[in-house]
Design a protein around this ligand. Structure first.
Ligand SMILES: NC(=O)c1ccc[n+]([C@@H]2O[C@H](COP(=O)([O-])OP(=O)(O)OC[C@H]3O[C@@H](n4cnc5c(N)ncnc54)[C@H](OP(=O)(O)O)[C@@H]3O)[C@@H](O)[C@H]2O)c1
Length: 329
């Protein structure tokens, strides 16, 4: 699989990485053995980048990754996140809290220095405040972290983080969320900032597998956050209303079958579409099992998508999603 340099971290990471929110068991149950098998299958398929957070399973995802790194010795770059163990208000983003959060992540992951720490969707005022970055630079000077980035909800926040010199920005970009193509990816390219793309499958919608009858576990955010009850609704199905998303996903699956590479599934075409956008460093689909992990990694080696496919994505977005999605994130 192709490797790309992740902004100023200087680390080369696979164009398809692995998101590990699922492995914290916040999306229904995942056993420790199944979680380890997903990490192993991903690395065996060429993945060299994992994304986690201190709150996924309240540290379980980090601990599972730490255990995997200890036993396998695999050369994986791990990005974690901090900032959601307290309320997301500007006064909580202090150097003292940063130290305490990163110390916990270092213990969970079993490392002295974290490869990359991302602020986990902080408020806009925090993203725009130079004091935030001063505190993060202190952690680098201390040797607690090697680099820092920001995981954002909106394009405006992404542009602010890029302007303030973050090594990386994590953002949602997928066939149902096109706005980052307008300004964020060009700005990141111009400044050499790494772009980590999350939610590439719109929480699985773009696989085309769901219907009105699909039941998600009670403790899966696709049950309990459909209207943003627990956190930003943009994190669940990309903020797309479920009924609208089903129709758009049906059209995307037909497009992928007609104009995608032979044998590629809609989920793989959706991931390849993200990975092939200029300015994207790595895309981090979440995988619940080994089959998904392998299929997602293979999407990193698909050939360039056709003009018909690219035009079809724009048409589906314009027809069903632009009006609700574009102004909001
Ligand atoms: N605020 C933040 O910083 C933030 C927020 C959200 C996510 N993230 C990160 O981004 C990662 C990715 O986002 P995400 O997991 O929320 O959404 P996603 O990658 O768009 O969707 C993941 C879901 O897609 C389905 N899927 C995965 N591979 C598939 C395949 N090959 N074929 C068919 N279906 C497949 C699975 O659904 P089923 O479970 O139905 O099988 C899986 O749970 C997370 O794991 C996390 O690391 C960060």
């Amino acid at each position: 699989m192709d490797q790309r340099t992740l902004g100023s971290t200087g680390k080369d990471v696979s164009v398809v990485g692995l998101g590990t929110w699922q492995l914290g068991a916040d999306w229904g149950e995942v056993s420790e053995a199944d979680a380890q098998a997903v990490l192993e299958a991903s690395v065996a398929s060429g993945v060299t980048f994992f994304d986690t957070a201190d709150v996924y399973g309240d540290g379980r995802s980090e601990q599972i990754i730490g255990e995997y790194l200890r036993t396998s010795g695999a050369p994986v770059t791990v990005a974690t996140k901090m900032g959601r163990r307290l309320d997301q208000v500007p006064q909580n983003y202090t150097l003292a809290n940063f130290r305490s959060w990163t110390d916990r992540s270092r213990r969970n992951l079993g490392v002295d220095t974290l490869d990359l720490v991302q602020l986990h969707c902080p408020p806009s005022a925090t993203v725009a405040d130079e004091a935030t970055y001063d505190a993060l630079r202190t952690l680098v000077d201390d040797g607690a972290i090697a680099a820092y980035g920001v995981s954002v909800e909106t394009c405006d926040q992404a542009l602010a983080a890029i302007e303030h010199g973050a090594a990386s920005v994590q953002i949602i970009l997928n066939a149902f969320r096109l706005k980052p193509l307008d300004e964020v990816l060009p700005a990141a390219l111009a400044k050499g900032v790494g772009i980590i793309v999350r939610v590439p499958l719109a929480s699985g919608l773009l696989s085309g597998r769901y219907s009105n009858e699909t039941v998600f576990a009670y403790n899966d955010h696709r049950s309990y956050n459909r209207r943003g009850e627990a956190f930003d609704v943009g994190e669940t199905f990309s903020g797309v209303d479920y009924e609208t998303g089903l129709q758009a996903a049906k059209e995307f699956a037909a497009l992928a079958t007609e104009h995608g590479p032979d044998g590629a599934t809609p989920a793989q075409v959706a991931i390849a579409w993200v990975a092939q956008q200029p300015g994207v460093t790595t895309v981090i689909p979440g995988a619940r099992n080994v089959d998904q992990a392998r299929a997602n990694a293979a999407a990193g080696a698909l050939p360039a998508l056709s003009e018909d496919l690219l035009a079809g994505v724009q048409r589906i977005y314009d027809d069903h999603l632009r009006a609700a999605i574009h102004p909001r994130w």
